[in-house]
Design a protein around this ligand. Structure first.
Ligand code: FES
Length: 513
């Protein structure tokens, strides 16, 4: 069997009977408004394998996992396998563009691909859709967990059903927090370091749980080549540590079973330790700034094309903004109630600075020009991106991931409902989210004993429904096992977020604390 890493989250498997690639991302144009590029560069690997490719397995729809230009370049006989997330959004999108056969797989369903059995473990949590791709090959099990934050249930299922030999998993960040917020460098440092260490430790814990023979940190980081963003790769508060950072951290923590792959490397060669040693001496790790400056020169045209692709409008966007937000806000009492405040879009460009308020407290008059309103979130970005969003050509999440914006919050807490609202910006998805949220929040609780008192605690985290009964208690706080968000055990209030966990003393239910 040939087992190769093609960069980012892309893994290639070729046996005697079948060839498969996961999450290919090779576009020289990068992703997310041209902000993200592959790190290290994977566009110069040998692409001769594409001629005989049988299947592409995709985990989710983010541009760095789903490279439509590359998919279009493939032979029409190549079959595309996607997870069934309970809606047809990805299926519809791909089938509009490609003539290839598309196979939708349910969670834990197995499908035979030549001499390889493929199973996708799918996490269908609204806002957090993701899938682990697991291949049982004649030479052992290959698992590409990519970006998925494994719940305890999924982890146990994988552990009970597969003896993994080769494990590929995300270890780096994909977030705009705290970089776009007006904190001091020291504050950004503290916030970022906590998240980075948490992510590194999660990787090590998963490796310890799954006991794979080989563990490969993959699925990121991206790199930023645009002059305005290039500092994000190396600044002390970067959320995008690279493979060598993780390698040295894990070694320091005495977890030594990590191998580092570069695009095009084999993952199943005998001298993999030597390969890792050599890879760590690569310029991309030893002098990252120099490497990125050289890389940037190779992408000058693409970066310029992105810069010049759209121009800032020379007219007011208020009407387009109304058309975008009014039907959405009117449609969902649930989101109006949960957000219950105003945000400000500060649109800049072409000598114009237009400040538009989006008011979630009023279903009827919800978009108007700013007039000293009380605002919880301010988003500052170029008007051309707002125009793209209002015209349905760009998703809010794509703008956020591009990091081509800045933001501030008052109070300085995360509002998950606002983020979900913007992420979906779609009436049908709002209804699905509300249904899922209500079903999870309804009745499930667990008991927790603390200082001799028994408490009844809401079982599912209000963020993305992690199982709080598996949470870690530290002092007066409980930390969710999924993304480490933290809630007070005194009053259930989220720390740094507006969400709340229901907690009451047992036998004292009428007195909610
Ligand atoms: S589910 Fe994300 S922190 Fe709980």
């Amino acid at each position: 069997m040939e087992l190769k890493f093609f960069g980012h989250a892309s893994v290639y498997i070729k046996t005697d009977k079948v060839s498969i690639v996961t999450d290919p991302w090779f576009s020289k144009k990068g992703a997310f408004l041209g902000s993200w590029y592959q790190f290290p560069d994977n566009t110069e690997i040998d692409f001769s394998w594409t001629k005989d490719l049988d299947y592409v397995c995709l985990s989710h729809e983010h541009e760095d996992h789903y490279d439509i230009e590359f998919l279009k370049s493939l032979n029409k006989d190549v079959k595309i396998i996607i997870p069934n997330y309970g809606d047809d959004l990805l299926y519809d999108e791909i089938s509009k563009i490609l003539d290839n056969e598309i196979i939708q797989l349910n969670t834990r369903e197995k499908i035979q691909l030549g001499d390889v059995t493929f199973c996708a473990v799918i996490q269908s949590i609204p806002g957090w859709d993701d899938a682990a791709l697991i291949f049982e090959t004649p030479q052992g099990v290959v698992a590409n967990i990519n970006d998925m934050k494994l719940t305890d249930v999924d982890l146990t299922f994988i552990k009970d059903n597969f003896r993994i030999k080769y494990l590929f998993k995300q270890f780096s960040g994909a977030s705009w927090y705290p970089m776009v917020y007006p904190y001091s460098d020291e504050e950004k440092d503290t916030i970022s370091k906590k998240s980075v260490i948490n992510k590194f430790n999660t990787f090590i814990n998963v490796c310890n749980d799954l006991e794979a023979e080989y563990n490969f940190p993959t699925a990121g980081p991206p790199c930023f080549l645009d002059d305005d963003l290039i500092y994000l790769n190396t600044v002390s508060y970067s959320r995008f540590p690279d493979q060598s950072d993780f390698y040295y951290y894990s070694t320091e923590k005495n977890f030594k079973n990590i191998d580092i792959l570069l695009p095009g490397d084999s993952a199943n060669i005998a001298d993999i330790a030597i390969q890792t040693e050599n890879n760590l001496k690569s310029l991309c790790f030893t002098d990252k700034k120099k490497y990125l400056n050289q890389y940037k020169l190779k992408r000058v045209k693409e970066i310029d094309d992105h810069k010049n692709k759209f121009t800032n409008p020379n007219y007011s966007l208020i009407e387009k903004c109304k058309n975008h937000f009014e039907p959405l806000i009117k449609s969902s009492r649930f989101f109006r109630k949960q957000i219950d405040s105003k945000i400000l879009l500060n649109l800049i460009g072409n000598g114009i600075n237009e400040k538009i308020v989006v008011d979630f407290t009023d279903a009827n008059n919800c978009v108007y020009h700013y007039n000293e309103d009380e605002i919880i979130y301010t988003f500052n970005f170029e008007a051309k991106y707002a125009e793209l969003i209002f015209d349905g050509k760009l998703q809010w999440e794509e703008l956020f991931l591009s990091l081509k914006f800045s933001a501030s919050r008052s109070p300085d807490v995360h509002n998950e409902f606002l983020m979900i609202f913007l992420k979906y910006a779609d009436i049908k998805s709002f209804k699905n989210y509300q249904k899922f949220y209500n079903s999870k929040m309804r009745n499930d609780t667990f008991e927790l004993t603390r200082n001799g008192e028994v408490y009844e605690v809401q079982k599912y985290c209000p963020h993305a429904f992690g199982d709080m009964s598996k949470g870690v208690i530290d002092g007066d706080y409980i930390y969710c096992p999924l993304h480490n968000w933290c809630f007070s055990l005194i009053d259930g209030k989220g720390k740094d977020n507006v969400l709340k966990l229901k907690i009451s003393k047992k036998n004292d239910n009428e007195k909610k604390i």
